[in-house]
Design a protein around this ligand. Structure first.
Ligand SMILES: *Cc1c(COP(=O)(O)O)cnc(C)c1O
Length: 383
């Protein structure tokens, strides 16, 4: 299919065609490591499954299509995808990154890549001047996460992309929290869009997988070289599950957004809630940017119960019955988490609190259950 598909069609058909062998409508799980050759080097485009696998290739085409990009690459996890991006760089290169970053991303940058001579500057990107001020002659890459985790700050992707272009820097956007249903960073000027497909793309909490999508052919070639040379590829079964998840992305996200809105408004009106972080509120400091670059406001939010300390916040989370206490997000089921001791435990307390991740902060990934059951659950837990 060459005609450009609208988003709700791209999720289902993007880059897909019935399997040539038997016409299977769903790409089969090609559970094989290798492929028969007629003569050395004489094969049907597939030699070895670290390099290429038909199920993974179907997924990679789908990923490119839903991000409205040219080239998709799938990895064993979101962090493996980020690892590949960092390997585009060399010792001495500097990276400017969003400060309230997913904990695992922060750990990858500081505990692995700083050791290989990369230097990271973590800045509050809701002020573009902070980004410009951190640029020097060694800067090569800007790494953006928006909405941020777990504070739901919004970074102006287009604004950052203008800075990146002016200084000839690569711009990569972690689009995990938004998904391409809400925003397509390549169309806002990013060079690389990254996903933990583990979350909204796969959407059913049953797979760990990562992805990159780019437009530039040279960049795609280099990343695909790294993908093969470093070898952090997903297996065919996980590729299949992610592809299957993507087919309902638009329907799920629509409901995530509706439920997220209902829960955010319920919490904001609750007398025992101090603060709700959700970009859909007029009072959110980056609401205007969110409105401009996102189609809707998503199903992720965080809140602080009034007067709660660490123990009181944990008690509320433990009291929840429909929400499951678990790491991760973006699945059909609602999850609750405690960033300070879970996703952000690897960030030192001082660093954490600088960006607002206090001990009483509770993060919710609002699922696609009946919104009233979610609200009733919060009501009994907050008390
Ligand atoms: C989960 C997550 C990652 C890491 O992805 P994995 O698939 O767990 O490796 C990166 N960024 C964000 C925003 C995430 O939520």
């Amino acid at each position: 299919m060459n005609k450009k598909l609208r988003f709700n069609t791209a999720t289902i058909h993007g880059g897909q065609s019935p399997d040539p062998a038997y016409g299977a409508v769903m790409p089969p799980i090609y559970q094989t490591s290798t492929y028969a050759q007629i003569t050395p080097g004489g094969h049907k485009g597939f030699e070895y499954s670290r390099t290429h696998n038909p199920t993974r290739q179907a997924l990679e085409k789908s990923l490119a299509s839903i991000e409205d990009g040219q080239h998709g690459l799938a990895f064993a996890s979101g962090l493996a995808a980020m690892d590949a991006v960092m390997k585009l760089l060399s010792p001495g290169d500097e990276i400017i990154s969003t400060n309230d970053l997913y904990g695992g991303s922060y750990r990858l940058f500081t505990k692995i890549f700083e050791g290989f001579g990369l230097k990271f500057h973590f800045v509050a990107m809701n002020n573009l001047d902070h980004v410009e001020a951190a640029i020097n002659s060694n800067t090569k890459l800007i790494w953006v996460e928006t909405p941020t985790n777990p504070m739901m700050n919004i970074v102006d992707i287009k604004g950052i992309s203008q800075i990146a272009k002016k200084h000839k820097l690569l711009l990569a956007v972690d689009n995990t929290f938004a998904s391409p249903y809400l925003q397509q960073p390549l169309n806002l000027g990013a060079d690389i869009v990254m996903h933990s497909a583990t979350k909204y793309l796969a959407g059913h909490s049953d797979v760990v997988l990562g992805s990159l999508v780019v437009n530039d052919q040279k960049l795609a070639n280099r990343l695909s070289f790294i993908q093969n040379a470093s070898g952090a590829v997903p297996g065919p079964m996980d590729s299949f599950l992610t592809l299957r998840g993507i087919k309902t992305l638009h329907v799920r996200l629509q409901r995530h957004c509706e439920n997220g809105k209902a829960v955010a408004h319920y919490l904001a009106a609750h007398p025992k809630v101090e603060m709700v972080y959700w970009p859909g509120f007029d009072s959110h400091p980056n609401h205007e940017v969110a409105k401009k670059q996102m189609r809707d406001f998503g199903g992720m939010l965080s809140f602080i119960p009034k007067g709660a300390d660490h123990a009181a916040a944990i008690k509320i989370i433990e009291n929840l019955k429909v929400f499951t206490l678990a790491e991760s997000l973006g699945g059909v089921e609602s999850l609750a988490g405690h960033p300070a001791s879970m996703t952000h435990a690897s960030i030192p307390k001082e660093e954490r609190e600088k960006s607002g991740v206090v001990d009483s902060l509770i993060r919710l990934s609002v699922g696609i259950e009946d919104a009233q059951d979610l609200i009733d659950d919060l009501e009994q837990a907050i008390g």
